[in-house]
Design a protein around this ligand. Structure first.
Ligand SMILES: Nc1nc2c(ncn2[C@@H]2O[C@H](COP(=O)(O)OP(=O)(O)OP(=O)(O)O)[C@@H](O)[C@H]2O)c(=O)[nH]1
Ligand SMILES: [Mg+2]
Length: 214
């Protein structure tokens, strides 16, 4: 895998027809389950919404906040005019400062989303590069194996570490990952890794859905 050398790409062009579709608190309110979508998943505050903006080249598309717990709905972003291809920005997992009743509700809605969404063809699992693999991340990897839906990992906030430390973190994480080519360094702020991540997104959107839902 090529590393930092070819990861700095500057401002990516905005995806031409990218637009916000809707944010829904309940799975049953999701837009029509047609076409293909890739979900941005991970713990609260790892930078899912920031990654959504950087990947699409649309800076203000998804709401970003310093405080964890910003994204409270399942947010759908169309990548083309007909909304046949979508990115889905999910609420963060494991935000301790919301009540346990709300956490339970989010977990329930996310669980429904991952179990029932036919058009879900891939997941981009976002982690903070300074943290190790946590419980929810491991569950996502297990889910990926069980369902055959590909999970691609971004170690976000790579700008927070020196180049050597970032590469070391990538190496450590690769040991725990299924396929080191499915994991990369990223920085939503410093635009590290965009070309590689966009290519991964495009690959996932190009695959045929393998989901057989009960
Ligand atoms: N240094 C640095 N900060 C980042 C990066 N990406 C996101 N952040 C910051 O991390 C904080 C959380 O970013 P969000 O994009 O709102 O994170 P999120 O995962 O969507 O959070 P929730 O919606 O609460 O789950 C914000 O202060 C961002 O500016 C990055 O690549 N580098
Ligand atoms: Mg968010």
């Amino acid at each position: 895998m090529t590393l930092i050398d070819n990861l700095w790409v500057g401002d990516p062009p905005r995806i031409p027809h990218v637009h916000f579709m809707c944010g829904v608190p309940h799975f049953k309110q999701c837009p029509a389950d047609v076409g293909k979508e890739v979900a941005l998943s991970g713990y609260s505050n790892v930078g899912k919404s920031s990654v959504c903006n950087t990947l699409t080249g649309a800076n203000q598309l998804a709401r970003v906040a310093k405080q964890p717990g910003r994204t409270r709905e399942i947010n759908f972003f169309a990548l083309d005019a007909a909304a046949q291809y979508r990115l889905v920005d999910l609420p963060g997992y494991g935000y301790a400062r919301v009540s346990s009743a709300i956490q339970h509700k989010w977990r329930h809605e996310l669980d429904l989303y991952f179990r029932k969404r036919q058009s879900l063809v891939g997941v981009i699992l976002i982690m903070d590069i300074r943290q190790s693999l946590r419980e929810w991340d491991k569950l996502m990897l297990e889910w990926a194996q069980a369902t055959q839906v590909p999970v691609y990992g971004l170690l976000n906030k790579a700008d927070k570490l020196s180049k050597n430390k970032a590469l070391h973190a990538l190496k450590n994480m690769s040991v725990q990952w299924q396929g080191a080519d499915l994991l990369q360094l990223f920085s939503a702020h410093h635009k590290i890794g965009i070309t590689q991540a966009r290519a991964a997104l495009a690959r996932m959107l190009a695959t045929k859905s393998v989901r057989t839902l009960s």
